[in-house]
Design a protein around this ligand. Structure first.
Ligand SMILES: Cc1cc2nc3c(=O)[nH]c(=O)nc-3n(C[C@H](O)[C@H](O)[C@H](O)COP(=O)(O)OP(=O)(O)OC[C@H]3O[C@@H](n4cnc5c(N)ncnc54)[C@H](O)[C@@H]3O)c2cc1C
Ligand code: SF4
Length: 508
């Protein structure tokens, strides 16, 4: 028997596992627990389950025996462990085969079930990815710092992507200096393709409403690809219409413009409806045909063969328990507005409003608005990571944990980023129009009207001065803390404590 999880919908997996249509069954289960602990955005749950049902139908059409347990099946016990055990009892397999899952916890569950049943468990490497955990570990071995840029260059050479012999195409590895423009006026990014809600998705929506009526998020604007065909449409649409400007506006933010020139393929690629190789091939093709400039294509390719693979490498390298790290000792509770979007901070209201509407925000919104807020306000990393895991349609532990614990919160002590991505309201003002529509003053750092990002940012620096004083990338900014009059420091600390109280952040 083989087990396929909801983020394992790559069509090559049954062959990769060496399954035999005449003997082997493929188990696919929809379990409630994966949507309740932590709470999952309703669109995330619907996208996963609909894509699973479509994939099961595709497998059956090709003669595979799929043992599929739907979420509202009367006998469904609601958790992976009990469902796998139930299937082992029913099918009496000699062994269980699986592709390395996207979460330590899930791997442990399957191994536990097999151990209890006294049968073997064969875990195959995931051929979807461009590098294996072993290859990443070999790259990381002996390095003082795991700098993504160096990993990325190795990937470019290994895969021969955007290479001119031994040299990078265009003479540089990275064109970020040409990227990162902010908008000067309302951007008009191209409309996205409409996927609609087909009969399978409709069935899932009805079942989810019946079984899990209290999931967070709004369903009205559901428009995610749930089949490989739709995922390819999404990819082609991005390459044709948005990739040419992807680099320019990669870091820009604009109120109520949630998707801008981003790809919106993270859900499809994480569920393995599309393959990173075909994504890269399409993007590079757009450069070679003159459709998209090098700064855009290189910037995008870096996300796929660089960041995505690097993040996964970190997840498996650092092992189980990475998600519980809390290097900065932050214990604040997650404010209620993370679930409702009801806050008077215009930037946060817009970012969370977008997440509730779409189950999506682009990278800079995740990193520099919600992530930055949680970092400088001192929120408990595990609570933050659980929120991200559930509330974004692309949330899977291998990718969410290093991005949240490592990149956004610096809770891994500096593995993913040598310096915390902490910023004041000045950054948000530069990259978006939010401050023009906010009740707070982005030029003040203390008092009731001060931008909370300013107050928390300086409070963060004051609180962690000792820790970061030997970090040369923080030296300049920490000098400001050193030369700050004592009364100013006291005012910042007390403003931050008042702001935490106002926002209902306990712990700290
Ligand atoms: C706090 C935080 C949490 C995040 N959580 C997730 C998550 O749960 N799932 C997830 O897939 N991504 C996550 N990311 C990474 C990134 O923000 C999303 O992949 C991206 O925003 C998805 O939107 P897009 O497809 O429009 O991406 P684009 O900006 O258009 O990028 C293209 C693709 O590159 C890949 N990519 C880019 N950056 C990363 C990265 N840092 N890590 C992994 N892949 C990357 C994704 O597959 C993405 O689809 C997180 C980032 C931060 C800062
Ligand atoms: S003033 Fe501060 S809180 Fe308001 S939008 Fe700007 S950065 Fe956000």
């Amino acid at each position: 028997m083989a087990v396929l999880f909801g983020d394992q919908l790559d069509r090559q997996y049954p062959d990769h596992l060496g399954l035999d249509k005449s003997e082997d069954a493929i188990l696919m289960v929809e379990v409630r627990e994966e949507s309740t602990d932590p709470p999952s955005h309703v669109q995330r749950t619907v996208m996963f389950l609909s894509a699973m049902r479509h994939h099961a139908a595709w497998l059956r059409d090709r003669g595979w025996r799929v043992e599929y347990v739907e979420i509202d099946d009367d006998e469904n016990t609601g958790a992976f462990g009990s469902e796998i055990t139930r299937a082992i009892g029913r099918l009496r397999p000699e062994r269980v085969a699986l592709i390395r899952p996207g979460e330590h916890r899930v791997l442990n569950i399957v191994r536990g079930c097999c151990g209890n049943a006294g049968i073997s468990c064969a875990v195959a490497e995931d051929p979807h990815f461009l590098s294996t955990p072993e290859e990443f570990a070999a790259w990381a071995e002996g390095r003082k710092e795991l700098t993504m840029e160096y990993f990325y260059r190795e990937q470019r050479k290994k895969l021969g992507v955007l290479m001119d012999g031994n040299k990078p195409v265009g003479g540089q590895w990275n064109f970020d200096k040409e990227n990162r423009k902010s908008f000067k006026r309302t951007p008009r990014s191209p409309a996205l393709p409409e996927f609609g809600v087909d009969v399978v998705t409709r069935g899932v929506i009805n079942a989810v409403r019946a079984v899990l009526p209290d999931l967070p998020g709004r369903m009205e604007r559901f428009n995610w690809p749930v089949t490989r065909r739709q995922a390819l449409i999404a990819l082609n649409d991005f390459v044709e219409k948005r990739l040419p400007k992807f680099g320019d506006y990669q870091d820009a933010m604009w109120l109520e413009q949630r998707t801008l020139y981003h790809a919106l393929i993270s859900g499809a690629i994480n569920l393995k409806l599309i393959d990173p190789r075909e994504v890269v091939e399409k993007a590079v093709g757009a450069y070679e045909s003159g459709h998209a400039p090098l700064n855009a294509v290189e910037g995008f390719v870096r996300q796929i063969i660089g960041w995505r693979e690097y993040i996964r490498g970190i997840y498996w390298l650092e092992g189980d328990g990475y998600g519980d790290r809390n290097a900065l000792g932050h214990h604040g509770s997650l404010p209620a507005f993370f679930w409702t979007g009801e806050t008077d901070m215009a930037c946060v209201r817009d970012a969370i409003g977008g997440v509730l509407d779409l189950g999506y925000a682009h990278h800079i919104s995740r990193l520099m608005v919600t992530g930055n807020f949680a970092l400088i306000a001192g929120i408990e990393p595990k609570e933050v990571a659980d929120w991200y895991l559930g509330m974004y349609i692309d949330g899977v532990d291998w990718v969410t944990a290093p991005n949240v614990i490592g990149m956004a919160l610096h809770a891994d002590g500096g593995i993913v980023g040598t310096k915390p991505y902490a910023a004041s309201g000045k950054y948000i003002k530069k990259m978006s129009n939010a401050c023009e529509h906010c009740r707070y003053s982005v030029d003040e750092r203390t008092g009731e009207n001060a931008c909370p990002f300013n107050t928390f940012y300086w409070d963060f620096l004051i609180r962690h001065k000792e820790r970061f004083k030997r970090n040369h990338r923080m030296a300049m900014i920490l000098k400001h803390v050193d030369t700050m009059p004592r009364e100013e420091r006291v005012a910042i600390t007390s403003s931050a404590s008042e702001a935490r109280k106002r926002m209902g952040i306990s712990g700290g």
